[in-house]
Write a protein that binds this ligand. Sequence first.
Ligand code: ADP
Length: 440
Amino acid sequence: MKKKINRQFTLITVFSIIITTLVMAVIFYSRLKTQVFSDLDIISSLLIRQDGNIAESLTDHNDMGVRITLVEENGGVLYDSLMDADSMENHFGRPEIKAAFEKGYGQEIRTSDTLSKNVFYYAVRMEDGKVLRVGKEYASVLSVMISAFPAMLGTVFLLIIICMAAAHYLAAAIIEPIDSMARDLNHIEESEIYEELVPFARKIRSQHEEILSAANMRRDFTANVSHELKTPLAAISGYAELIETGVAKEKDVKHFSTEIRRSTERLLNLINDILKLSKLDAGYNNEMMEMTDLSAVAGHTVEMVSVSADKMGVSLFFQGCEAAEIRMGKELAEEVTYNLIENAIRYNKKGGKVFVSVSEKDNGILFKVSDTGIGIGAEHQERIFERFYRVDKSRSKELGGTGLGLAIVKHICDLTEGKIEIESDLEKGTTVAVFWNGGH
Ligand code: ADP
């Protein structure tokens, strides 16, 4: 950035100097032209007598620093203050003389052979028909510019050095707030950074925080996974060792085998849930975006879990609706309905009830699961969507829970823009509702 500012500054300086010099040269030259012709006009008037004729003797005026030429009507030169008139060619064709014969006066600038001088000619037709021409020599613009070139080059060089120094300090001053922002993203409000950069800095900071929290979450998740895997694996290994070494008595073998099977099931459930979460972490895929009839999926889930509800002594009630299409893919819809209904059965009481409904509401679809179960204390309600968070760990494990069900539901709702709400009273029951706006 500094290099770019330096380069741009230098370029602008050189460009400005060149343009200024050229414009000034053009302005000065045009002023000079006007001035010279007006001087020549005055001089020619002085040379012509009041009655319009030529002065008695032109040679009297040789000290005026101008060239004086007198041309007769046929173009022949009668007198010239610089050269012998007889040796001069016919001047009728000279533009200033021609113009003077035609319209009374004429002017012309001619460049000398060396290009270093310009001769300004002014010609006037007198009353007797002859033409008086006065001429004066000036340095040409080109020669003025060439002679001024070393001074100009020196100025350009000096200005470039000044500009480079200014650009250096300016670039440092411009960049300093950005540097300080990069050094300490957490205090951008206090540091004096550019107003325009504040949204950008905030975005970077929030992304930075997101990355940190995602990294923390991953670290906690890995630690939790290892811990959750260790317990059933240790149980499997322990029971298997007892059987292997013959320590287990004949009558215990069946019990130990059942424990091994249950621990294996827990491991399988856990691995399945972890795989689901990692698939969701990867984001959308086309399958997830398919339209699904949520009412049909919820009805099917209710049928599927009715056996386990019966076992728990819980009654299930379902009310669906027509055209409950939402964009979330069948697999995800099954995941949401299954986890919420299963929890309502799992954390219920004997003889309890579970009400499942899918309805159209406010131009959207509402899925609701209410139970008359144990309820969730207010202090836990915020946290139950965290991975591996359980209110009663042993009860969850006993009932085959992994602590990941609601985390999966929340993740799916975030992906499909579903709004999830929970209402719960201890010992009275829980209602979990998810709303998808516009049927998605
Ligand atoms: P789990 O596999 O343990 O059920 P979840 O993520 O599904 O894991 O739920 C997290 C915790 O939230 C559960 O362990 C339980 O303590 C609590 N919970 C979830 N749903 C209900 C409910 N309907 N009634 C009471 N507690 C619930």
